[in-house]
Ligand binder design. Structure first.
Ligand SMILES: Cc1cc2nc3c(=O)[nH]c(=O)nc-3n(C[C@H](O)[C@H](O)[C@H](O)COP(=O)(O)OP(=O)(O)OC[C@H]3O[C@@H](n4cnc5c(N)ncnc54)[C@H](O)[C@@H]3O)c2cc1C
Length: 439
């Protein structure tokens, strides 16, 4: 977790970038590529500001940014970059929270957000270009009486970015995390000099998911949808999160399973956007619950000491609850109290059963909780002192039975060996988002 990253920098220079920019001007026109500081700075930013450790590092800055307007421009851009030996990093909305979209060695960033068309739908799938926003896909699904299997709390983020860099969110209680089974097919471009769009389906597509753009660039994807359920959004307040957290976990097992259940202690509720249903000085459980399970859910929460503050419904309300889940309470906390907190991603039953000990690991420890697929996830916020203090808490958390993932690193850490093995074939020159390996 504290190991240093010493990746190999691809050999390329200013003249290679200049030649590539000329290629791209010919390909995309003057509005399709930029080397202006404003554009470069924008493409060097992501959600890594959540980590004081990453914020103190120079994560990288591109030399040029390009903006494909049609899917067939993507392989042409990749061919040009690979032939010039210039690294290329795909960028969605730039909300990834670990710096994985920041081009470590510079080179070209390809902004995918103009490729945003929703191109097809069946009863069980929706197809869209990689830059389509998750909220757009959810809206399109609702209009057809369907819902996405899953989407992140960053509802404005892109399909390509969520598949490449995301892992969980609304829908995870039912469908699990890391997009298993979510993707039916992908259109991908590999890092080859003669790159074309490759269509992969089912088990051939799955290995490319969650690979941070290091093994291929997603141009379009077909993902699963399911019949729309009648969702209700209860907001229930508690005297203490020591009552709220076990109650949320218990409610998360009520069938039909909820789409989302989140819980916060009063201090974190106080940092969330003002809302009469988020009562100040009280802990809160909120969620997206099937109408058929609402009465039982409310009964379980009330039996644990909860007080119903509101029950809402409709697409905007479900999206609102989603934007208060996963990393978002940490984001709101850091907005309310700047330059003070860091967080650790944690999971496991101990978050509920050993809550006091878990929060005591860090000074000012405050846990945000999301119910998962047979488990619970959390963001453990604490007062930041130094990287050493952050990492020193990890063994203590593990000793309590908590699984820990550090949001303070920008390398590939999920199945890294498997991803690297794929990338050896799909990116032989190591030019797709390089610098993501621990050497
Ligand atoms: C406050 C906050 C809350 C968050 N909540 C969640 C959450 O609930 N669940 C969750 O999973 N994540 C969450 N995240 C992380 C992130 O927002 C999501 O994973 C998001 O879906 C990423 O999409 P993006 O379009 O912003 O991707 P980006 O940040 O632009 O990119 C993410 C990674 O994917 C790669 N990439 C982007 N587009 C492509 C493409 N077309 N082809 C190949 N690679 C590509 C990038 O190179 C980068 O490595 C959160 C982050 C923040 C800051």
């Amino acid at each position: 977790m504290t190991a240093a990253l010493t990746p190999t920098r691809p050999e390329f220079g200013r003249e290679d970038v200049d030649a590539l920019v000329d290629d791209l001007l010919a390909l995309l026109g003057p509005r399709g590529v930029s080397t202006l500081d404003r554009a470069l700075d924008r493409a060097a930013r992501d959600g890594s500001g959540l980590s004081p450790i990453l914020s103190a590092q120079d994560l990288g800055r591109p030399d040029a940014v390009c903006y494909p307007k049609s899917a067939d421009q993507v392989p042409a851009i990749v061919r040009a970059a690979i032939r010039r030996g210039v690294p290329i990093t795909a960028r969605g909305k730039g909300t990834g929270n670990y710096g994985q979209v920041v081009p470590r060695f510079g080179g070209l960033v390809m902004d995918m957000t103009s490729l945003s068309a929703v191109t097809g739908r069946t009863d069980t799938t929706i197809t869209a270009e990689a830059g389509a926003r998750m909220v757009t896909l959810e809206q399109a699904a609702w209009e057809a009486g369907r819902q996405l299997w899953m989407y992140p709390s960053t509802v404005q983020s892109t399909l390509g970015g969520f598949l490449a860099g995301g892992s969980a969110g609304t829908g995870t209680i039912v469908h699990g995390r890391n997009h298993m089974g979510f993707v039916e097919s992908l259109d991908v471009v590999f890092g080859h000099e003669d790159a074309e769009i490759v269509h992969l389906t089912g088990l051939d597509a799955q290995p490319l998911v969650h690979t941070y753009g290091v093994a291929g660039i997603i141009v379009a994807a077909t993902v699963r949808i399911e019949p729309l359920q009648q969702w209700r959004c209860p907001y229930v307040s508690f005297d203490s999160h020591h009552e709220a957290f076990p109650a949320a976990r218990a409610a998360g097992a009520i069938a039909p399973l909820p789409r989302l259940l989140s819980a916060d202690r009063a201090e974190l509720v106080g940092a969330l956007p003002a809302d009469p249903a988020l009562v100040r000085d009280r802990a809160n459980v909120r969620g997206i619950v099937d109408a058929a399970a609402l009465d039982e859910t409310v009964a379980v929460l009330e039996a644990a000491g909860g007080r119903v503050e509101a029950v809402r419904e409709g697409l905007p309300q479900t999206l609102r609850v989603s934007t208060l889940s996963y990393n978002h309470p940490t984001w709101w906390l850091q907005k309310a109290v700047p330059d003070t907190y860091f967080h650790m991603e944690v999971s496991g039953d101990a978050l509920v059963t050993r809550l006091r000990e878990v929060e005591a690991v860090y000074e000012g420890g405050m846990l945000h909780l999301d119910v998962g697929h047979g488990t619970v996830f959390g963001m453990l916020n604490g007062v930041y002192r130094s990287p050493e203090q952050v990492y020193a808490g990890v063994p203590a958390l593990r000793a309590l039975g908590v699984s820990v993932h550090s949001p303070h690193q920008s390398y590939v850490d999920l199945d890294a060996d498997r991803v690297r093995a794929i990338a050896r074939g799909t990116d032989p020159k190591g030019l797709l988002n390089p610098g993501r390996w621990l050497e």
